[in-house]
Design a protein around this ligand. Sequence first.
Ligand SMILES: Cc1cc2nc3c(=O)[nH]c(=O)nc-3n(C[C@H](O)[C@H](O)[C@H](O)COP(=O)(O)O)c2cc1C
Ligand SMILES: C=C(O[C@@H]1CC(C(=O)O)=C[C@@H](OP(=O)(O)O)[C@H]1O)C(=O)O
Length: 389
Amino acid sequence: MSELRFMTAGESHGPRLTAILEGLPAGLKLEKEDIDKELARRQQGYGRGGRMKIETDKVEVLSGMRFHETLGGPLTLQVINKDFANWNGRMAAFGEPEGEKVTAARPGHADLTGILKYDRQDVRDILERSSARETTMRVAVGAVCKAFLKELGIKVVSHVVNIGGVAVDMSKIDMSKIGEDVGSELNCYDSEAEGKMKARIDKAKAAGDTLGGIFEVIVQGAPVGLGSHIQWDRRLDARLSAAMMSIQAIKGVEIGAGFACAVLPGSQIHDEIFLADGRVQRKTNRAGGLEGGMTNGENIVLRAAMKPIPTLMTPLKSIDIESREAVLACKERSDTCAVSAASVVGEAMTAFVVAQAVCEKFGGDALKDVKAAMAAYNKRIGKDWCAHA
Ligand SMILES: Cc1cc2nc3c(=O)[nH]c(=O)nc-3n(C[C@H](O)[C@H](O)[C@H](O)COP(=O)(O)O)c2cc1C
Ligand SMILES: C=C(O[C@@H]1CC(C(=O)O)=C[C@@H](OP(=O)(O)O)[C@H]1O)C(=O)O
């Protein structure tokens, strides 16, 4: 089995967060900065709460590497939760019960269903693991996958396209700049829209309310034929959607034209195929780079919709799980809007799924072998027929 896989562990206010990534080829050069840079990107974003001022996420690599290179064994990645120190033992594995329990379940969070399912009496026992603090480790894993993909000429980038109904003007965006640091606080490449987004976030915050939005992830340079039409669970569109949907608060995923496909006729949706300069060309990419569950050589384009943050400072009506009385939901310190952070997580999850598909197709033991297998495959399909050969 050469499957690339990962798991994460850790509570939001526990001592550390951990990820184990297994199945990565040996011989991949990695620098700590490659990972820390991505962790820092996930922490920023206009509208984030006080927690991001406490944490400065930095990775520690505990296994799977020597002398800046992967060895082929499981990579163990860790990040310290600085906030753990502020919890005075209340999050310690062998501590004693202390302090108030959280009993007012928040609509939209995992609180109520979690305590019922796991037989807990304190919502904290659920929210600690359901918290999107966990996405720190997904981004660490994604950074490693991005470094691997970069070796193969594949790049994963993202940008925010809507916050709380304020949409970017796609005709104004220089798509070649996406992924470059343009100093945006919202990972947005339309500065006029960004100004309006910030104002909307300020307004929501002042009202004790929260906002969601939409981000887009783009994969450039993926070879033709990752994923497969052969079986449902090998379709790359399905796997990318599931990965995106697994991110906390993501409620919708589109590939290419997505939901617009349902209303437009085929003549306005399918991307016509041309031969120009001896290569396959498409003038449009409404398929979002995926046909029949396989990459077709065009950019992969995914969009994800994030719901508004469930913790409201002007709380919604709920019930107390102990007294079973009507109460207002609990108010934990919280983000007002975290769409830009989610976009970085979306990049990471996409990078992981694409890296997994690459290892399936080209092997996963040694980076040299992966490169050789990919080059041989690109030669076989012939550059006339391959947009990225
Ligand atoms: C980057 C990021 C930050 C988040 N920050 C918060 C937050 O501060 N407060 C909160 O209540 N939910 C936050 N969420 C959303 C919750 O984690 C999420 O809604 C919850 O786990 C329930 O899962 P579901 O929305 O997928 O059903 C955040 C999500 C992401 C991706
Ligand atoms: C900690 C992070 O996000 C957290 C996600 C989150 C939630 O409920 O999902 C709740 C908040 O946690 P806290 O109560 O500690 O402020 C966010 O800050 C992070 O992104 O690193």
